[in-house]
Write a protein that binds this ligand. Structure first.
Ligand code: NAD
Length: 405
């Protein structure tokens, strides 16, 4: 079996789907590993590094697609809407593509991939079960983003993070507020604490109180009934408009007091909740910084512009949409580990074994046999259910992922 890694084509993307250190895991299984020349360069991995670990370098993308039974990518079409389209003509029927394709945000792109009769796995749909943790790319990338968000905030803040008592006087520690304490938020809390900031954090799911406190941060409690805010998959449910408004008002007082606010609140498959209004920003002190990790989904802050730094009343609002790519080496290492674990799980005796009784395989499979495979996605696209219900993921499973339950 030939497994190919191709160069990422999304503008500014620096990650790569496979790192040299993991190539032997594939070659030992008897597979050829083909790497498009230059694929790892932006993450610090040379073609020679891949060759030394048993991979073969192929000169261009066409050659990689032509020879590959399985293509590994970070961003496939969907998560790479313009440049990713170029790969459509390279795909062969039955060729397997594994990567991130933003299926909930761009279901039409999945339809286009399905029309090429490729077999596509969208890693964003990994079920949140213990066995799948080692394949969970969203968690891996959120870990990197949470860390990097703190560094960006520290870089823009006209203050230092730690408290210092020096001969030149005392510097007061920066006050950091993290809104949304999922994977990215918890990593942001831990990273801000390591830099010496005083940290508090808020999440709509009260179950995270203990996790926030175990990292040395204070849990912000709002006067808001959010007891049933978590779905069966561990994700937050969407709040009512009234609850969101109430939340905005109560958060505004806390946001006004902080030097840095890192927002990470998200509901899978929905626009991000608006938590910091323009008025809330204008109550912050000049020099304060907001890093809005929800920028890609519309932002948690009203003034966020994706991939821009907006300065309003002296407050800097950053809206990075691809932070994991800014720590490309470790991000690629984590992503590749997730992907290789997934690929090994997808094979038996060295051959592909698409076993739809395995929920990891069934939930992530989005295109096969010329059809969009996932029932929830088919519903989003207005397609009839497939005739083989026993091989399709149950609708209520995707409903959890879209926050609809
Ligand atoms: P996410 O990116 O979907 O959301 C980020 C955070 O925003 C969540 O904590 C959510 O509760 C919060 N949020 C949503 N709406 C909000 C609002 N209006 N106000 C404040 N906060 C709001 O979530 P995530 O980081 O991907 O993880 C969600 C949960 O899943 C976590 O509990 C995590 O530990 C769990 N998880 C489990 C597994 C597994 O078991 N395999 C893997 C990864 C994550």
């Amino acid at each position: 079996m030939n497994v190919a890694v191709v160069r990422e084509t999304y503008p500014g993307e620096r990650r790569v789907a496979l790192v040299p250190a993991l190539a032997p895991q594939l070659t030992k299984a008897g597979w050829r590993v083909l790497v498009e020349a230059g694929s790892g360069a932006a993450a610090g991995f040379s073609d020679a590094d891949y060759q030394a670990s048993g991979a073969e370098i192929v000169p261009d993308r066409n050659a990689a697609f032509q020879q590959a039974d399985v293509v590994l990518q970070v961003r496939c079409l969907g998560a790479n809407l313009q440049a990713g389209r170029g790969d459509l003509d390279l795909l062969r029927p039955e060729q397997v593509v594994i990567g991130m394709c933003d299926p909930l945000g761009q279901p039409e792109a999945i339809r286009e991939l399905a029309e090429r009769k490729a077999i596509v796995f969208a890693l964003e749909l990994m079920p949140r079960i213990t066995r799948a943790q080692s394949m969970d790319v969203l968690s891996s990338m959120a870990t990197i983003s949470g860390y990097k968000a703190v560094l960006q905030a520290a870089d823009h803040l006209p203050k230092m993070f730690p408290m210092l008592m020096t001969a030149a006087g005392t510097l007061v520690a920066a006050k950091v507020l993290v809104i949304g304490a999922g994977v990215a938020g918890l990593q942001a809390i831990a990273s801000a604490r390591r830099l010496g900031a005083v940290v508090q954090a808020y999440d709509v799911r009260p179950v995270v109180k203990e996790q926030i406190e175990s990292l040395g941060a204070k849990f912000v409690e709002l006067d808001l009934d959010t007891g049933d805010s978590e779905d069966k998959g561990g994700y937050a449910k969407q709040l009512s408009d009234e609850q969101i408004q109430n939340q905005q008002q109560q958060l505004a007082d806390i946001v006004a007091q902080c030097d840095v606010c890192i927002t990470t609140a998200a509901i899978p498959g929905k626009p991000a909740p608006l938590l910091v209004t323009a008025d809330g920003v204008r109550r912050m002190r000049p020099g304060s910084v907001i890093v809005d990790l929800a920028a890609e989904r519309g932002g948690n802050c009203e003034l966020t512009k994706p991939d821009e730094v907006v300065v309003d009343n002296g407050v800097s609002i950053l809206g990075p949409t691809n932070l994991a790519s800014e720590v490309p080496q470790h991000a690629s290492q984590m992503y590749a580990k997730n992907l290789v674990t997934f690929l090994v799980n997808l094979t038996k005796d060295g051959q592909l074994d698409i076993d739809l009784n395995d929920e990891v395989i069934r939930d992530t499979l989005v295109a096969k046999d010329g059809q969009v495979q996932n029932e929830g996605l088919r519903e989003m696209l207005g397609l009839e259910p497939l005739v083989l219900p026993s091989t399709s993921p149950p609708i209520d499973h995707l409903a959890q992922k879209t926050g609809a339950s």
